[in-house]
Design a protein around this ligand. Structure first.
Ligand code: IPM
Ligand code: MG
Length: 370
């Protein structure tokens, strides 16, 4: 008998706990109907952890995350914790998890569901059929570079410093992740930086070209400056297959790409590390949307991004492609039936709560499985 998979849930703040409740519903369904059993553990992170433990993530939670087969995070942050120092803000907990688990590759797919092509603020013909993957470097760059800080440099004069820094190794491993993914897709990678003004960007481009020449000649490689990429994403997003970029540009471009699909409430993500000798793949999955404090606690958040993140986990961490297909198919079916949370509501649709959306998706899974 194979051991149950160890799953650590970190619901976090705002709508995090609400959308995570719907993931639990699917986990329970899989346990009884598909004999896919998880040992589920749950811990606070972000603001919830600050309130309980005084830090956004405890060493204990980090150890649990290291020991789990996969981690699923809801969202962190909110106005309540906005004025804290950087080191103890909710976001610091997420950054520490990424860094300590070595999750350097952040995969953010932006897919337009046929039923939602009209929910985009862009014209239907621009986004219909869109399927791009942003591969964001997640443990380097200006988010982590030293020196950093705010210092007094004269009377009434302060200076804020952050450092953008990338090494050959960091660039090569994220580029390899992008090339490998492209091989399973349309075989095209667009590498994005600001090589025209930044040395780190110039090194990025040189190293990507070198790795491509050494090992990935079969993949079609192009390069784009980040500002141009931001523009091209709204002008003609379907020109892209895989976009690989650094931590900061990836943060911005992935929000932009997510919105092409109609709602941030739809987009999942996977953050992966290097596969260890034991075969273990460090992995954390999370919806791209944040904690959405404005709608938290009302039971109206869209749980689809969290559910699709769990779907990515089934696929990437557990090789459960059939179960992932079942879940994703159910999401499609529910959307085709016009069932909508408020963020993706359209004329003629039926607006439902977070919970009712989760129930409808599980009902579709049930239908498809019998
Ligand atoms: C994201 C978020 C995070 C980031 C924040 C919450 C630290 O915006 O995952 O995109 O900037 O990486
Ligand atoms: Mg972001």
């Amino acid at each position: 008998m194979t051991a149950n998979k160890k799953l650590l849930l970190l619901p976090g703040d705002g709508i995090g706990p609400e959308v995570m409740g719907e993931v639990r519903r699917v986990v329970a369904w899989l346990g009884t109907h598909r004999a896919v059993r998880f040992d589920v553990d749950e811990r606070p992170v972000g603001g919830a952890a600050i309130d309980r433990d005084g830090v956004p993530v405890t060493d204990e939670t980090l150890a649990d995350a290291q020991a789990a087969d996969a981690v699923l995070l809801g969202a962190v942050g909110g106005p309540k914790w906005e004025n804290l120092d950087f080191e103890i803000r909710p976001e610091a907990g997420l950054l520490r998890l990424r860094k300590d688990l070595g999750l350097f590759a952040n995969l953010r797919p932006a897919i337009v569901f046929p039923a939602l092509a009209d929910a985009s603020t862009l014209k239907r013909e621009v986004v219909e059929g869109l399927d791009i993957m942003i591969v964001r470097e997640l443990t380097g760059g200006v988010y982590f570079g030293e020196p950093r800080g705010i210092t007094e440099i004269g009377p009434g004069e302060r200076q804020g410093v952050n450092t953008q820094v990338y090494t050959t190794t960091e660039i090569r491993r994220i580029a390899a992740a992008a090339f490998d993914l492209a091989r399973k897709r349309q075989g095209r990678v667009c590498s994005v930086e600001k090589a025209n003004v930044m040395e780190s960007g110039r090194l990025w481009r040189e190293e990507v070209i070198r790795l491509h020449g050494e090992a990935y000649g079969d993949v079609d490689l192009s390069h784009m400056y980040a500002d141009n990429c931001a523009m091209q994403l709204v002008r003609n997003p379907k020109q892209f297959d895989v976009i690989v970029t650094d931590n900061l540009f990836g943060d911005m471009l992935s929000d932009e790409a997510a919105m092409l699909t109609g709602s941030l409430g739809m987009l999942p993500s996977a953050s992966l590390g290097a596969r260890q000798e034991s075969g273990r793949l460090p992995a954390l999955y999370e919806p791209v949307h944040g904690s959405a404090p404005d709608i938290a606690g009302q039971g109206i958040a869209n749980p689809i991004a969290a559910l699709m993140s769990f779907g990515m986990m089934l696929r990437y961490s557990f090789d459960l492609a059939a179960e992932a297909d079942l879940l994703e198919g159910a999401v499609h079916a529910v959307l085709d039936a016009g069932i909508r949370t408020g963020d993706i509501m359209s004329p003629g649709g039926t607006q439902v709560s977070t919970q009712a959306m989760g129930e409808a998706i599980v009902a579709e899974m049930e239908k498809a499985a019998t």
